[in-house]
Design a protein around this ligand. Structure first.
Ligand code: GAR
Length: 202
């Protein structure tokens, strides 16, 4: 069974979606640990309710990536960034090459990169006037939101949308897309050729 670590910074609704998908039998993996860079993150409560091990890492610490590497190396096969707002750097990227995935609330390469997270992404999409937005699950590499794209889902953007209404619509899709992406790993369906990622369906 695929063992995963889920990294969070806040509410943890994506973590909840993973746990719910496991409960319903759609997703076959085991959440070995939840790591947060904020001690007040509500997602930590969600993990504790399930008796999942939780760790808090210090986000102002230069060695945060090393700390996470030490917690995860040899213990999990996949690291899932589910609303984790610190940037992973250094050895962890190499050691977990193509084994760290992130969910981002836009259609990358739009509205992503440094400083683009949470509701800011949706504010940018609404003020730009795009007709579609969505969410992306991608590999984490040395850049910010620059790794190869695994899967995406679009949602329409309406004239009357605010950042908050768009955020809600995108979040509904995130909760389906992230468990689906993890399942690709659990079922060993992912193949990559450079930036192109293929999902092998029997
Ligand atoms: C999600 O919308 C996720 O895509 C976003 O933060 C939110 C976390 O929600 N991540 C980013 O913006 C990363 N750049 P959650 O804590 O309820 O899962």
């Amino acid at each position: 069974m695929l063992k995963i670590a889920v990294l969070i910074s806040g509410n943890g609704s994506n973590l909840q979606a993973i746990l719910d998908s496991i409960d319903s039998g759609i997703l076959k993996c085991s959440v070995e640990m939840v790591i947060s860079d904020r001690k007040e993150a509500y997602g930590l409560e969600r993990a504790k309710q399930r008796n999942i091990k939780t760790y808090i890492v210090n986000r102002s610490e230069k060695n945060i990536s090393r700390e996470i590497l030490e917690l995860t190396l040899g213990k999990v096969q996949l690291i899932v960034l589910a609303g984790f707002l610190s940037i992973l750097k250094g050895e962890i990227i190499e050691k977990f090459r193509n084994r760290i995935i992130n969910i981002h609330p836009s259609l990358i390469p739009a509205f992503c990169g440094k400083g683009m997270y949470g509701v800011k992404v949706h504010e940018a999409a609404v003020s730009y006037g795009v007709k579609y937005s969505g969410c992306t699950v991608h590999f984490v590499d040395e850049g910010t939101d620059s790794g190869a794209i695994i899967c995406q889902k679009t949602v329409p953007v309406y004239n009357e949308d605010t950042a908050e209404t768009l955020q809600k619509r995108v979040l509904v899709e995130e909760h389906k897309l992230l468990p689906k992406a993890i399942n690709y790993f659990a079922e060993d369906k992912i193949r990559s050729e450079g930036r192109k990622v293929f999902v092998i369906e029997e």
